[in-house]
Design a protein around this ligand. Structure first.
Ligand code: PHE
Length: 397
C-alpha cells in the first residue's frame, strides 16, 4: 500500500477540495482491485480506517477539524463520501471470493436470491402502505388528564372566574425565594417543618443563593410581586417537594394551589369572603367554612380553614372523624416583612419599592391539591396518584 502522509490542505475552496479528495478516491480505486486475500483486505482496512493511525483519522484531524467553520460542511461531506467508498470496497472484497468459488449456476441463484430478497422487501413496504378495511383495527387508547391535574385545573378555574390570573414559578428555587423573603430567617425553627432536597456542592455560595426543591408555591408570591406592581390577584398551581417519608397520606412530591391578592384596603373580611365563596363554588353551595388561628411566617394573622364535611354535611362521620369538619387550607394577611423583603429586592434590582405597607395590604392562601383530590374521588392512598398504574388512572377517563 502506498505510504503517504497527510499534509495540510493548500486551500479550502471547492476546487481544491474536489482535487484533493479525487486524488484519495483514485488511491482507493487502485488499491481495492488488489484485495484478493483476507490479509490484504485487513491491511487495507487498518490502513484507511484504523482508529489510531488510519489515514481517515489523519484526514479528519488535519482537514476536517482544522477547517474554517464556514467550510466544515463542505469538507465533511467529501470526507463522508470517501469513507463510504472505502467501507463499500471492503464489503465487495469480502463477497468477491465467495462469488469466485461459485459455479455459474450457484452465482445465478445467489444473485437471484439477493434480488428476490430485495423484491420481497419492496413488496412488504408497499403492502404496508395499503389499507385493508376487513382487518380488526388497532384501537388508540385515549389519554386523560391525571386526576391531580384535573383537580388543580378545577380549583384554578374557580378563582379565574373571580378575576384571578394564573402565576407560575420554578420548582428548583433559591433559599431566598423559598424561605428568606417569606420571613423564614436562616436557622428559624419554621424551616424544620419544610425540610427538602438541596442541590449539592453549593457551600461556597451565600445561603440565599443556594438552590433547593421548593417546599411550597409561596415563592411565586415573591417572584410575582417583584415583576408586577399592585393591584395583584394571582392563583398559583404547582408541584412541591418535602422530606416527608411516604405513607398513605404523605408523599415527598405533592401539589399546592396558592393564592395572592394585594391592593389598597384588603382586609381579613375579604380573605374570608373570597375563600368561603370559592369553597362553595368548588364543593357546592351547602358547604360552610370556619377559620381558626394558626401560624405561618409569611402571614400575620394566620388561619387554618375548615369546611363542613362534604360527606355527612356536618353531622359527623368516619371521613371527618365524627367532627363534622375537614381542614383544608392555610391562609392569612401578608406579613409586612414580606412586603419589606419585596421592596428591598426591588431596590437591588433597580425597581421602585411600590409595596408601601401604609397604603396597601393583601392576603394569601394555600391548599393541598392531593388531599382535595383524594377526598373528591375517595382515594385512600396518596401513593396511587404517583404510581403510574394504568389500571388506577383509567378510572378517571
Ligand atoms: N405555604 C404554606 C404551606 O405550604 C401554605 C400557605 C400559603 C399558608 C399561603 C398561608 C398562605 O404550608
Amino acid at each position: 500500500m502506498r505510504e503517504s502522509t497527510i499534509t495540510n490542505l493548500p486551500g479550502y475552496d471547492s476546487a481544491t477540495l474536489d482535487q484533493e479528495f479525487a486524488r484519495l478516491e483514485r488511491q482507493v480505486d487502485e488499491e481495492r482491485v488488489m484485495l484478493r486475500t483476507d490479509e490484504a483486505r485487513e491491511a487495507f482496512r487498518v490502513h484507511w480506517l484504523g482508529r489510531k493511525q488510519g489515514k481517515l483519522k489523519a484526514i479528519s484531524d488535519a482537514w476536517v477539524k482544522g477547517a474554517p467553520s464556514d467550510r466544515k460542511g463542505a469538507v465533511g461531506q467529501r470526507f463522508n463520501e470517501l469513507k463510504t467508498k472505502i467501507e463499500a470496497a471492503i464489503v465487495v472484497a469480502q463477497i468477491n471470493p465467495l462469488l469466485a468459488r461459485m459455479s455459474p449456476e450457484e452465482k445465478a441463484v445467489f444473485t437471484g436470491s439477493a434480488q428476490q430478497m430485495l423484491a420481497e422487501k419492496l413488496k412488504e413496504q408497499q403492502q404496508a402502505k395499503k389499507l385493508d378495511i376487513t382487518l380488526p383495527g388497532t384501537s388508540q387508547r385515549t389519554g386523560v388528564e391525571h386526576p391531580l391535574v384535573k383537580t388543580m385545573a378545577e380549583i384554578v378555574s374557580v378563582f379565574q372566574r373571580m378575576g384571578y390570573s394564573v402565576g407560575l414559578g420554578p420548582e428548583v428555587e433559591s433559599d431566598f425565594y423559598n424561605f428568606e423573603s417569606l420571613n423564614f430567617p436562616p436557622n428559624h425553627p419554621a424551616r424544620d417543618t419544610q425540610d427538602t432536597l438541596v442541590v449539592g456542592d453549593q457551600e461556597k455560595k451565600p445561603l440565599r443563593e443556594r438552590l433547593l426543591m421548593r417546599t411550597h408555591t409561596s415563592p411565586v408570591q415573591i417572584r410575582s410581586m417583584l415583576e408586577q406592581d399592585p393591584p395583584l390577584r394571582l392563583i398559583i398551581p404547582g408541584k412541591v417537594h418535602r422530606n416527608d417519608a411516604a405513607d398513605a397520606t404523605h408523599s415527598p412530591v405533592f401539589h399546592q394551589v396558592e393564592g395572592l391578592c394585594v391592593d389598597t384596603n384588603i382586609t381579613f373580611s375579604d380573605l374570608k369572603g373570597t375563600l368561603d365563596n370559592a369553597m362553595k363554588a368548588f364543593f357546592g353551595s351547602a358547604v360552610k367554612t370556619r377559620f381558626f388561628p394558626s401560624f405561618f411566617p409569611f402571614t400575620e394573622p394566620s388561619a387554618d380553614v375548615q369546611i363542613s364535611c362534604i360527606f355527612c354535611g356536618g353531622k359527623g362521620c368516619r371521613k371527618c372523624k365524627q367532627s363534622g369538619w375537614i381542614e383544608l387550607l392555610g391562609c392569612g394577611m401578608v406579613d409586612p416583612n414580606v412586603f419589606g423583603a419585596v421592596n428591598q429586592r426591588r431596590i437591588e434590582l433597580g425597581r421602585e419599592p411600590v409595596y408601601d405597607t401604609r397604603r396597601i395590604s393583601g392576603f394569601a392562601f394555600g391548599m393541598g391539591v392531593d388531599r382535595i383530590t383524594m377526598m373528591k374521588y375517595g382515594i385512600s392512598d396518596i401513593g396511587l396518584l404517583y404510581s403510574g398504574d394504568m389500571r388506577f388512572l383509567e378510572q378517571f377517563a
